[in-house]
Write a protein that binds this ligand. Structure first.
Ligand SMILES: Cc1cc2nc3c(=O)[nH]c(=O)nc-3n(C[C@H](O)[C@H](O)[C@H](O)COP(=O)(O)OP(=O)(O)OC[C@H]3O[C@@H](n4cnc5c(N)ncnc54)[C@H](O)[C@@H]3O)c2cc1C
Length: 409
């Protein structure tokens, strides 16, 4: 006899978006199953993912509401200021730069965001998902999904049959559920690769995030908490580097030995943090953007990278996914409490109306920023210097940018 599970929602993909959504739903009274095709324990290993996420204020609220924030293994580091500059490798930054101070947003405004290691989020997810009574985790597992107007049947290989009212595709960019539903996507290529690593430095970062626009793409240094072994002579001052290069150049840079690799970072970073040293290994991610034409189908909702993928220039990709999760969780929790169908076309269309315009706007903004700044064309250089000067002179526009970065706009 096969086990049969009757729940409200089945989330496919236990990544940062699917996992957080599942925790939020279950802690809000929604019976939930989450399925991931990969085993979850190795995802918490330091060798699995080198990224560190800049988590905006709105996203932190989701992690709080779902019980994940307190389970992070290391404290998240606040980002208090953001400094944006424009320049060329090895030369001082342009005198026109933008400085965003979180206090300019309002007297009660907290930090712009918090830096959280991807690995730390996985540790919290794995621990918390296993502890929620209304959440059943199935991983590693593969499943066939049959959707109809009456309901969804998820047939888990060597596992239970799950009956639910709504299935959420949170399986990342290649989402099989999105493809099965025949939802078209628009893709944008950048011929850029994101190089990711961590550096320790002699001087404190003072919780300032730096975004330096260089002709091949943006170079970001993001303030991290001290390494766990700092008190025993480890690294007290650490930053995460997200460095965009043309793909052919990135391949050459990734092949450099440690000393030359660190020298290339120092040429782009400048000397304000003192002597630097790389910590741990380097990672690389091919960069592209993607947008699904629809976020919903019969009893199906797309969330996170299954629905959209953007350039990491503004560190907003996961934040958009978290905002999808917040919207979907709010609608679903409300519907369950009212005894309504959580997979109804009305609920799904509301979700799409709440999320798609925001995601399209962020995709357009990050794409435009990358094209405007990743260029040495003198006209574009002039245009962006004029733009930077204009933002300086318009405090309301500057505040709007800051609120948006915080996920408050
Ligand atoms: C270099 C770089 C830096 C970035 N920095 C930031 C940042 O600072 N801030 C930010 O907000 N975002 C950042 N991002 C974006 C962020 O990494 C992504 O938006 C985020 O990982 C998306 O999460 P997700 O849960 O939607 O998808 P994923 O992280 O791709 O997770 C998908 C999950 O689904 C599972 N899965 C896949 N297929 C199936 C299937 N068929 N069945 C079941 N499960 C399946 C996978 O095993 C995985 O667990 C960055 C991205 C890059 C490349």
């Amino acid at each position: 006899m096969r086990e049969e599970l009757e729940v409200d929602v089945c989330v496919m993909g236990a990544g940062p978006v699917g996992g957080s959504l599942a925790c939020r739903l279950a802690s809000g009274g929604v019976r939930t199953v989450v399925i991931d095709r990969a085993p979850l324990a190795p995802m918490a290993h330091p060798a699995f993912d080198g990224r560190a996420y800049a988590i905006a204020s709105g996203s932190r609220q989701l992690l709080r509401d779902s019980g994940l924030w307190d389970k992070l293994p290391e404290p998240a580091n606040p980002i208090l200021d953001i400094r944006v500059s424009d320049g060329r490798i090895g030369r001082p930054a342009s005198p026109l730069f933008l400085h965003f101070d979180h206090r300019e947003v309002g007297a009660d405004a907290g930090p712009f965001g918090w830096m959280v290691e991807a690995r730390g989020l996985r540790v919290a997810l794995n621990a918390h998902m296993a502890s929620l009574p209304l959440l059943r985790v199935l991983a590693p597992a593969t499943a066939r999904v049959a959707r109809s107007a009456e309901g969804v049947v998820v047939d888990v290989a060597d596992g239970p049959i799950v009956r639910c009212a709504l299935v959420v595709a949170a399986e990342g960019r290649q989402s099989p559920l999105r493809q099965e539903a025949g939802i078209p996507v628009t893709r944008l290529g950048y011929d850029q690769t994101g190089i990711v690593c961590a550096v320790s430095h002699a001087l404190p970062h003072n919780n300032v995030a730096l975004e330096h626009f260089l002709p091949a793409g943006p170079f970001a240094a993001l303030p991290m908490a001290p390494s766990a072994d700092a008190r025993e002579g480890g690294a007290p001052h650490v930053s995460a580097i997200v460095w965009t290069e043309r793909t052919a150049m990135a391949e050459r840079i990734l092949a450099l030995d440690d000393a030359r690799f660190a020298r290339e970072i120092a040429r782009r970073l400048g000397d304000h943090l003192g002597a630097i040293q790389t910590v741990g290994r380097r990672w690389s991610y091919p960069l592209s953007a993607m947008l699904a034409h629809r976020y919903v189908d019969t009893r199906l909702a797309l969330a996170g990278d299954a629905a959209h993928g953007i350039h990491p220039i503004a560190g907003q990709g996961l934040n958009l996914g978290f905002r999808d999760a917040i919207a979907l969780a709010d609608l679903t929790i409300e519907a369950v409490a009212a005894g309504q169908d959580v997979g109804s076309p009305a609920l799904l269309n509301r979700y799409q109306r709440m999320r798609r315009p925001d995601n399209v706007a962020m995709l357009a903004m990050t794409d435009g920023l990358d094209r405007l700044f990743s260029s040495d064309n003198p006209t574009l250089r002039l245009a962006r210097d004029v733009g930077i000067a204009a933002v300086h002179r318009m405090p309301r526009l500057k505040r709007l940018f800051m609120r948006r970065a915080m996920g408050l706009a």
